[in-house]
Design a protein around this ligand. Structure first.
Ligand code: UGA
Length: 442
């Protein structure tokens, strides 16, 4: 099949590359000429395990192409994926200008049937707005009779596991209101569901809401566990044991129950805000979800609270090593990352920070700008030299089993504050390290 993907961000690029890998002819369109040129050279704008190999292979084999030419993009694919960004506007609602501009461009340049697929995370009602934009652009050209369909096909991939999630999805949600579109979507996804039927076909609005409801539910689990961790600590219980205890209940399930220093990334924070906003607009305020958001904001301060409890309110003259800047492992993404809050707060209280991350230091440097006394270390152990404590913010594999003898000798004070519960408290005590985990006894 011939597919056009508009937008080469996380979702667009992974979608384009993975469909090409399945034998489709794919043209990716982006207005950013520099990005398209770099992609043509095989340089990826993001770090994502396995993605580069797939892009290079499919470019070399002639199934994956890149262009800035919107007209060429519209003419190319029978299927037109809209995978552009929907960043939060000032009021928290998703900014739809790029989605609607893509729709208009499709209407302006199409001459025959197109299946338009919303892959971006978009508020309920967007498919109707896309439909209206295309119809209006066609009418302006006197081509109102050219047929097209608009479907919603939200993406559920996780950063760091994007290729795996795309290639082996739990389910494929397709919101569709006409038979022709449903048949095409079934054919497109046939190679991804050889073992069982993973297509969950529903109406368009339900598909749009499913995407928000899924992220909101996951964010709720995390905020719930984060609060349980705080209370477990005060009551002398252990959140890791509680997690195993409740996760083994089939009705609850074991995933997304890890307490930590707050959820971040480009999805949960943005989607929670957008859903709160949509619900308020229709007069149905979401009480549970608004508490989830507040709890997460508080959670991002939990590590600094621990630092203050241990070192007092004035941190001037102190130096902190920080492991992990990315909002989660296996990505270089620092959007809404808890690390940014931790760094800014430490610096504001006069501390120096030496940070390490296997992939995200460049992005963190851009996000933190001239934030002050922050340095970046080129190896985890190098960050520890003369530091008064180590703060673990992201659970990269490289941080899971450090040489604790070296950790103790490099640190000026052997204190480890762990935002992801990576270590065994007893083991660290054996090494003479003062350990502060979350939601369990030190
Ligand atoms: C999330 C969803 O998991 C995907 O299904 C969805 O497609 C995506 O958003 C999206 O809407 O595009 P992602 O943001 O890449 O994916 O990352 P997650 O693995 O979900 O992690 C999000 C945050 O939750 C991270 O900061 C992570 O550290 C935190 N988290 C996750 C926890 O604190 N505890 C957990 O148990 C799991």
């Amino acid at each position: 099949m011939k597919l056009t993907i508009v937008g080469t961000g996380y979702v667009g690029l992974v979608t384009g590359a993975c469909f090409a890998e399945m034998g489709n002819d794919v043209l990716c369109v982006d207005l950013d000429a520099g990005k398209i040129e770099r992609l043509r050279q095989g340089e990826l704008p993001i770090f994502e395990p396995g993605l580069k190999e797939i892009v290079l292979r499919n470019v070399a084999e002639g199934r994956l192409h890149f262009t800035t030419d919107v007209r060429e993009g519209v003419r190319f694919g029978t299927m037109q994926f809209i995978a552009v960004g929907t960043p939060p506007g000032e009021d928290g609602s998703a900014d739809m200008q790029h989605v609607l501009a893509a729709a208009r461009a499709i209407g302006r340049h199409m001459n025959d049937y197109k299946l338009v697929i919303d892959k971006s995370t978009v508020p309920v009602g967007t498919a109707d707005a896309v439909q209206a934009e295309i119809a209006a652009a066609l009418a302006e050209r006197g081509m109102a009779k050219v047929p097209f369909s608009v479907v919603s096909n939200p993406e559920f991939l996780k950063e760091g596991a994007a290729v795996e999630d795309f290639m082996r999805p739990d389910r494929i949600v397709v919101g569709v209101d006409d038979e022709r579109a449903a048949l095409l979507m079934r054919a497109l996804y046939a190679p991804f569901q050889r073992q069982r039927d993973k297509l969950v076909v529903m109406d368009v609005r339900s598909a749009e809401l499913t995407k928000y409801a899924a992220n909101a539910m996951l964010a709720t689990r995390i905020s719930f566990m984060n609060e349980m961790a705080l209370v477990a600590e005060k009551l002398g219980a252990d959140i890791e044991q509680v997690r195993r205890g409740i996760g083994s209940d089939a009705r609850i399930g074991p995933q997304f129950l890890y307490a930590g220093c707050g959820y971040g990334g480009s999805c949960f924070p943005k989607d929670v805000k957008a859903l709160l906003r949509s619900a308020a607009e229709v007069g149905e305020p979401l009480h549970v979800l608004s508490a989830v958001e507040r709890a997460n904001e508080r959670q991002k301060h939990v590590l600094v609270d621990r630092v203050l409890r241990r070192f007092g309110p004035d941190l001037s003259g102190l130096r902190f090593a920080l492991w992990g800047l990315a909002f989660k492992p296996d990505t270089d993404d620092v959007r809404e990352a808890p690390s940014l809050v931790v760094v800014r707060e430490l610096l504001a209280r006069g501390a120096r920070v030496v940070a390490h991350d296997p992939e995200a230091m460049e992005r963190a440097r851009e996000a933190l700008g001239a934030a002050g006394a922050i340095e970046y270390a080129d190896a985890p152990m190098a960050a520890l030299e003369r530091a008064d404590a180590l703060i673990v913010v992201t659970e990269w594999k490289a941080y899971r089993a450090p040489d604790f003898d070296r950790v103790r000798t490099l640190l000026r004070q052997p204190v480890v504050i762990d935002g992801r519960n990576l270590y065994d408290g007893e083991l660290l005590r054996g090494y003479g390290i003062e350990y502060h985990p979350l939601g369990r006894a030190p």
